[in-house]
Design a protein around this ligand. Sequence first.
Ligand code: C2O
Length: 445
Amino acid sequence: MSLFTRRDFGRAVLAGAAVASTSRPFLQAQENCAPPAGTPVDFVIPTAAQNIIRKSVAELTTSEIARLRLAYQRLRDLTTSDPDDPRGWLQQAHVHCWMCGGSGGDIHGSWTFLPWHRAYLYFHERILCKLLNDNSFRLPYWSWDDSNYRSLPTIYRPAQVGTAANSLYDGNRSTDAVAGKSMPGSIFPALQNPMNSANFEAFGGGSDGGGSLEFGPHGAIHMWAGAPQSPYPDMGNLSLAARDPLFYAHHCNIDRLWAEFVRRNPAAHANPSDPDFLTRSFQFFDENKQLVTIRVQDVLDPVPLGFSYRPGAKLSTKKQPKWTRLKYDSVTHLVQLPAPVAAIARQRSVVVKNVQLPMTSGSYNVFVGDPPAAGADQFRAPNYLGYIGIIVGEHHHDQKCSLVLNATDAFLQSAGGAGALLTFAPTGTTNGEPLNFSAAYLTEE
Ligand code: C2O
């Protein structure tokens, strides 16, 4: 029987960073989520750890893939041969479970999110090194920041490799992930790039709320990868997520993006210096089954711990989108584009501010010019820009909102002439009304 209370990544993503850890349901007490007992010793930063660069999953060589599979096979074997060994695969997964609302508290939804997971991966990696008897092993990262790698990495997919089980396989994944489909672009909205966060708090969280990385792509990718049925195993449920080897590659990328965020602007993006942050401690079992107390300040610099990342990340190559205010005539409702439109870069959106919402609840489509003829597929119309969904009970007289719409070719090509007329139409009708708003912008990334 399942005692899981779902740790709902999806809701957190939708609600954004406003979700504080304290407002989320705690996992019910569960035997397996209790931290194993032990007498901890204080962590000592290794004096001679070899600084080895963690690579992306995509750049592993054939022998490195074999080594990764062997590492997880030995981790799984340990759970079979000695279920109580704290280093085994399932016990490792329980470490995550007990720190996500189990008896160990909750390190999600606040500034402990990044350092706790860094320490977790560090000990996990040391355990894998020990099982391999190879201290040069490093965890790979799943580089989903690069749009070329937004599907489940192939080495994690098949259940079998040749005649042997694939230790990187997990049966509890979404059909889209298993089919090798790409993540929806909605996980990476052009205007909500966590790498553009102004400071650590916005990026990685503060003392009482999570940041844009955690509640943006981190959570959305967990939900995307997990099986769709309740309780959303494995990746889609925090108490189960670390049972999927993919979890460690996902979090390795989170960790890398943190390092990159700091590297890009060491002053503005500095880690918090608050003593409450620096001295916050956590416990993990090391590769010798010794319980160790490690503090946030011990993990802020990865190099002494023996790993680092090459500079650069795809999400970080772009700065804030460039905003261009468009001329808008509130009498004719026409929006004018700057010429030449052909030179505008790929990621383009139209942002309209203070849109006067239609007076009734329902869904409205937004078009450049008139809606398509009756019976046509509105979503596929070349002049379709986006929609407004007004939920029953949400609408008041005079309510306004801002909309981010696709900058379609139809929109861009309307420049130079009389300008573009943005209209909205109740779903399925051909009656377009001009959209009334205060200002329009074109954004480019
Ligand atoms: Cu501890 Cu991705 O969550």
